[in-house]
Design a protein around this ligand. Structure first.
Ligand code: BGC
Length: 865
């Protein structure tokens, strides 16, 4: 038997608002046999659920592809639901039935002609105001309704209601893009919210990233504009087949909302006494001139509430005020219920840690206030959660709360975790509880920082899309959760902000382009090694993990331009020793008081240059650009040669004696074969010199363990991983961390803290060791030559006293899993290879792999002692 057990369009189950001319289909197969591969497929796409009116009928295609099959039928129409189904044949001669009907629905399929006007309640640009506004309009239904779709966006953040009910649970829409050239609209099915007769459409808008404060230390505000505005299209489809469209225009009215103030970093002030909209004085709106060509459909996941945490502890600070401990450093906000008198206040302050006296520690937030003020209307129990902001926190101080805080009912508070909706794909467990906690912390680092863009941290006055951080973490992220749609979107922003000379900004969206003048540290706002390379590494990683070639096609131009930039700036086109770089950022081998690690820029820049050229060459080759591929190949060979001449002594010693330099030279295959042994031994020696500790920063840390394990020193890799003393991953865990810290010494063994200037406790970068937990400790990795886990590399590498490990991964082909345990001198391994995939199992001590077809397997293997 063969069965199509899951079908997806553009990675999603039954998506609406798809604005891709040729959406792609993926499916997962199920069979009770072994070694099963697909041999043929058929796809039908129809406008009706009965599949009578077909717009695409492939017929039988003798082909094994089951991922990213591009739609190839009649041109798709806007705002139309299409039903699709798939059937397959396998290599055993089995035929599946049709998959259960699934659908995708197109968006407005604009090409730059968004029709609705942008309406603003603010008469003129008003950059200083952080006020929220209501906008409303009544719409009468003339006939029985079949469906209602709302397509909405804003200059600022918006929420939409129909008859007092929100159309979505998504928050912070339309998210953060490069609003100068990309503004996304979202699609909502609002059919159920409409009544016969009159209906009230209401929007609530606030400053958000568009007008609010950004990059607090650089004092940025109103980066994209000084006036908030809202825009939407409502399509009503009546039973008689007619369609009626309503758009925002000057017939709408507006009034100030109870949000007196709302800012991403600072929080919100809300006066519930001003809630009753009927009593408000409604005035008109201004239609503002906006470039309609920048509006396009949402092309990544939305931010939605994902989890609810309850307080695990109710504490008192040194002045006797209540602090709620939610037990987890997280990103989102507090939803609370309160009763009291009109005009009484709730004031909440959010922070990641407490100081040694048990008081809320807010200094590391820098200028971010993270404060919520709610003024009660005084009518029974009131409920509130913020509208246009989010906080990074574990602890919440109730600076004011009506009633007697001594009898405070902590049940009234819940922390709502917000992040981009990305399905969890990876799970990991092993016999070492602290490593399991580390994995959990890494995962929470991801949850806390994948909020529409990949942020460095979610709490201080920063929360920016630092390219370097995203680049070092993307491999781990792609194990933990489906990261393809998220990075598709962010990389489109990156592409839109690449500079004419190929340079790539440090942060995407780029809000630091003129920060160099005010920032003491930045000597340039773009093109730092290991940061800018995100434009190359991120698309490649998505290709490796999800077999997504479209992301390579979309970003090949970015790769080429960045390659050109580096080549022009490198001496003789090979050694890159100029420009401003963060280098091995916050490494412990930095000089006292400096953030810049000891590994010289010429070294790190040339390594990342070589790696990006290597990826660009592989991409060119895959995309059939033979000439480019040849040029990049020969450039790569020249860089590698120059690198080896520059950094290795004739006797084979790596002349830069830092851990990072050794790890990079090994990991990126820049070490001559004959020098590898010496290089890896020297790396081990450098680690031993630190008492078996690492001292690496952002650029070295992600590769340390793999550089060791791949070169015969698994023992040393485990010593690092399992180190519990400062500095190490487990030191943080033992200090009670629930996320990953920005600094190895964020909280020092003597209880003192790193300078509050730069001391985040939720920075995912060092969590990049997560991919080694999956690839080496458990033993699952993607094979770049058959990407997306079409072929799975199983290479479990027991060590460090760990006696068992297991991991499972939902891939585009289906579920991959491994589970191993040591029993005496025997290793028991069970594996799962999905249908239409293959696996290669490398058992410890064996040179040759065992080739596997789909199915479940059990092995018993004598472990070399
Ligand atoms: C951020 C980092 C970022 C770095 C650039 C910091 O302020 O938080 O994570 O990559 O600056 O070096």
């Amino acid at each position: 038997m063969i069965k199509v057990s899951e079908t997806r369009c553009e990675y999603l189950i039954n998506p609406i608002g798809i604005d891709v001319k040729k959406p792609r289909f993926n499916w997962i197969l199920e069979s009770n046999g072994r070694d099963i591969v697909q041999t043929a497929y058929s796809i039908q796409v129809a406008v009706d659920e009965q599949f009578e009116n077909l717009v695409w009928n492939t017929g039988r295609i003798a082909n094994g592809k089951s991922v990213h099959i591009k739609y190839g039928g009649k041109s798709l129409k806007p705002s139309q639901r299409y039903h699709y189904r798939i059937s397959v044949e396998d290599n055993m001669g089995n035929h599946s039935t049709w998959s259960p009907g699934a659908f995708f629905e197109t968006g407005l399929m604009l090409s730059g002609n968004w029709k609705a006007q942008f309406i603003s309640p603010e008469n003129e640009t008003n950059p200083a105001s952080s006020q929220g506004w209501f906008l409303k309009k009544s719409v009468k239904l003339k006939k029985p309704l079949v469906s209602a779709r709302i397509y909405a966006t804003a200059l600022g953040i918006y929420k939409v209601q129909v008859n007092g009910n929100r159309v979505t649970d998504a928050e912070l829409t339309p998210g953060w893009t490069n609003y100068k050239s990309r503004l996304l609209y979202q699609t909502y099915d609002a059919t159920e919210l409409f009544n016969e007769g009159e209906n009230i459409l209401k929007a609530h808008i606030g400053p958000g990233w568009y007008k609010g404060d950004l990059a607090g230390w650089a004092g940025k505000r109103a980066v994209y504009g000084g006036r908030n505005a809202f825009s939407m299209v409502l399509n009503l489809e009546y039973l008689d087949g007619s369609i009626e469209t309503h758009i925002t225009d000057n017939s709408w009215s507006s009034a100030p909302s109870p949000v007196l103030y709302s800012e991403i970093y600072n929080g919100e002030e809300y006066d519930a006494r001003q809630e009753t909209p009927e009593e408000k004085e409604w005035k008109g709106v201004d239609v503002i001139d906006t470039d309609m060509s920048i509006v396009s459909a949402q092309d990544g996941p939305l931010v939605t509430p994902q989890e609810i945490l309850k307080p695990v502890n109710v504490l008192k600070d040194s002045s006797g005020r209540t602090i709620l401990d939610f037990g987890q450093n997280m990103t989102g906000w507090i939803r609370f219920r309160v009763s009291g008198k009109e005009g009484e206040k709730v004031i909440l302050k959010h922070a990641e840690i407490l100081d040694s006296d048990g008081n809320l520690y807010t200094e590391n937030l820098r200028s971010a206030k993270q404060t919520i003020t709610y003024i009660l209307k005084g009518e029974g129990e009131e409920e509130y959660y913020p509208n246009f902001t989010f906080q990074g926190f574990r602890y919440v101080l109730l600076e004011e709360f009506p009633g007697n805080p001594g009898v405070l009912d902590s049940e009234k508070f819940e922390a709502v975790v917000l992040h981009s909706e990305m399905e969890q794909t990876g799970t990991f467990k092993c016999s070492h509880p602290l490593i399991n906690q580390l994995h959990k912390n890494i995962h929470w680092g991801m949850k806390g920082n994948f909020l529409d863009i990949p942020t460095d941290c979610p709490q201080r006055d920063e929360r920016l899309g630092w390219t370097g951080d995203a680049q070092v973490f993307i491999g781990t992220a792609s194990y933990l959760r489906n990261s393809a749609p998220f990075f598709t979107k962010w990389l489109r922003d990156l592409k839109s902000e690449q500079l004419p000379d190929g340079g790539i900004p440090h942060v995407i969206p780029d809000v630091l382009n003129d920060a160099v003048e005010t920032d003491g540290l930045l000597k340039s706002s773009h093109s730092a090694t290991g940061w800018a390379d995100a434009g190359v590494i991120c698309p490649w990683e998505i290709y490796r993990q999800y077999a997504d070639t479209r992301i390579l096609e979309e970003n090949y131009g970015v790769m080429k331009a960045w390659a050109g930039y580096m080549e022009r700036h490198a001496a003789g086109g090979t050694i890159w020793d100029s420009g401003f770089h963060f280098g091995d950022w916050v490494a412990l081998d930095a000089k006292e008081g400096s953030y810049f690690g000891a590994t010289p820029n010429a070294f790190t820049a040339t390594v990342f240059y070589a790696n990006s050229i290597d990826i660009t060459e592989k991409t060119a080759d895959l995309l059939g650009k033979k000439e480019d591929a040849e040029n990049y190949r020969s450039l790569y060979v020249r860089i590698k040669k120059a690198f080896q001449e520059e950094f290795f002594t004739p006797a084979g010693r790596l002349a830069v004696s830092t851990q990072t330099a050794h790890a990079l030279a090994l990991y990126f295959n820049l070490t001559p074969e004959s020098y590898k042994k010496r290089t890896v031994n020297n790396l081990v020696k450098l680690i031993e010199d630190e008492g078996n500790h690492l001292n690496t920063g952002f650029l070295g840390t992600p590769y340390l363990c793999e550089a060791l394990s791949r070169n015969g020193r698994l023992d040393a890799a485990y010593r690092l991983l399992l180190q519990e003393d400062y500095p190490s991953w487990l030191y943080q865990v033992k200090q009670g961390a629930t996320t990953i810290w920005e600094h190895w010494d964020g909280l020092k063994p003597d209880g003192s803290l790193w300078s509050p200037d730069m001391n985040s406790f939720n920075h995912y970068a060092y969590g990049s060791v997560g991919s080694w937990l999956y690839s080496a400790v458990a033993g699952i990795s993607a094979d770049e030559k058959a990407p997306g886990y079409k072929n799975i590399i199983f290479r479990p590498q027991p060590g460090g006293g760990i006696t068992s490990a297991s991991a499972a991964l939902s891939t585009v082909y289906g579920k991959v899993s491994i589970n191993w345990k040591l029993e005496g001198d025997t290793m028991q391994v069970s594996l799962e290879v999905p249908v239409n995939s293959t696996g290669e199992l490398y058992l410890p001590g064996e040179e040759l792999s065992i080739k596997l077809g789909s199915g479940n397997y059990e092995f018993s293997h004598g472990v070399p002692l």
